[in-house]
Write a protein that binds this ligand. Structure first.
Ligand code: BTN
Length: 349
């Protein structure tokens, strides 16, 4: 359910959604992140490059969701300065839990899930030290569920993956993606991002628009052990440029709370809550999360249309989920349980 067991093979098919940005571009953007103008000459001198290289390096940044203000005689400035992800700051926010994590922060990568899946295929059965986490400022080929692309802009989102080794086999993972949704809502609540809800199986929504997405992929065999890669994308403040690429209703934390959260603090809180939820899931599967999940389900007791992978659809009223996370639907033919598909609300109140 919402889990891709062929993940390593599929992850090889990288589809680039954003141009890759050079290390020089990141260095310049970091200099520009103090809300002040910097002349091309000063930037060039600081970084030991030519002014032409500075100008070239900033050419495509709007594609990544940033706007660089260029004013004759004053230089360059970022319209919306970025709060960069910083490993040390994230570890500080993780506090006593920091030693449990093996955290890598990257400027740019195709997909953090792809990266950890390749890692998983090499490391299964090895002794692992710490929970592997990769967070990236920019994903050039971010992946969503059902083969979709995931678009996120530089500084305006969180994109990270965490891997977790279970001793159990793949069948134990049913319902894991729903439990991860619960963990994310717990973090949001503590961070003051109230009233977000879940849409089966694992969309995090606000006002019928998508706020965060979860992509879970597995590596291992049916009997175990299994490495699970949990990818999470959170929309913090989407630029118009990024929103234009997304073909569904989306929202972001900034629109909900009116302020930009501290990205490092929010990421640390998510990592802690995810690790807690994974330990809970390891002990008892999805069942301990079920009540909390159902109470936060956008579609509970509502009439929905379930779109199945074979192209068919089924209409019915949602009556919770089973202990393995499958959707319970009261249909004209009786109560049915579904482990895959995507639902849309039939009537919006
Ligand atoms: C969805 O379709 O709702 C799932 C989106 C998951 C996006 C995240 S961003 C970090 C990680 N890396 C990816 O390529 N995808 C996931």
């Amino acid at each position: 359910m919402s889990i891709d067991t062929q993940a390593v093979a599929q992850a090889g098919k990288i589809c680039t959604t954003l141009v890759n940005m050079k290390p020089l571009t990141f260095s310049i953007l970091r200099l520009l992140s103090n809300n002040e103008f910097h002349s091309g000459a000063t930037i060039a001198q600081t970084l030991g490059v030519s002014r032409a290289s500075v100008s070239n390096a900033l050419r495509d940044v709007d594609e990544a969701g940033l706007t660089v203000h260029r004013v004759h005689g004053r230089g360059y400035r970022l319209l919306d300065p970025v709060q960069w992800l910083e490993r040390e700051a994230i570890l500080k926010y993780l506090g006593g839990e920091a030693d449990n994590f093996d955290l890598v922060v990257m400027d740019s990568i195709d997909s953090t899930n792809t990266f950890l899946l390749h890692d998983a295929s090499r490391e299964i059965n090895c002794d692992r030290t710490g929970i592997h986490v990769v967070a990236a400022e920019l994903q050039t080929g971010g992946r969503g569920r059902r083969g979709r692309q995931w678009h996120s802009g530089l500084g305006g989102s969180l994109a990270f993956s965490m891997s977790w080794q279970f001793q159990q086999g793949a069948s134990f993972m049913s319902g894991l993606s729903l439990a991860i949704g619960v963990a994310i809502l717990r973090t949001f609540e503590s961070a003051g991002i109230k009233n977000a809800v879940l849409k089966w199986p694992n969309d995090v929504m606000y006002n019928l628009c998508k706020l965060a997405g979860i992509l879970i992929e597995l590596h291992g065999d049916m009997l175990g052990p299994t490495v699970v890669v949990i990818g999470v994308g959170v929309n913090l403040k989407l630029s118009d440029n990024i929103q234009a690429r997304i073909d569904q209703g989306v929202t972001d934390v900034y629109s909900i709370t009116g302020r930009m959260p501290d990205r490092n603090a929010l990421l640390a809180a998510l990592l802690n809550d995810l690790a807690t939820a994974l330990r809970e899931f390891e002990r008892g599967g999805f069942a301990p999360f079920k009540e909390e999940w159902v109470s936060r389900h956008l579609c509970e007791n509502k009439v929905v249309k379930l779109h199945l992978a074979d192209g068919s659809s089924q209409e019915g009223t949602v009556h919770g989920v089973a202990d393995d996370g499958s959707l319970l639907l009261q249909t004209s033919a009786g109560m049915r349980s579904y482990s895959g598909g995507e639902i849309t609300l039939c009537r919006i109140a």
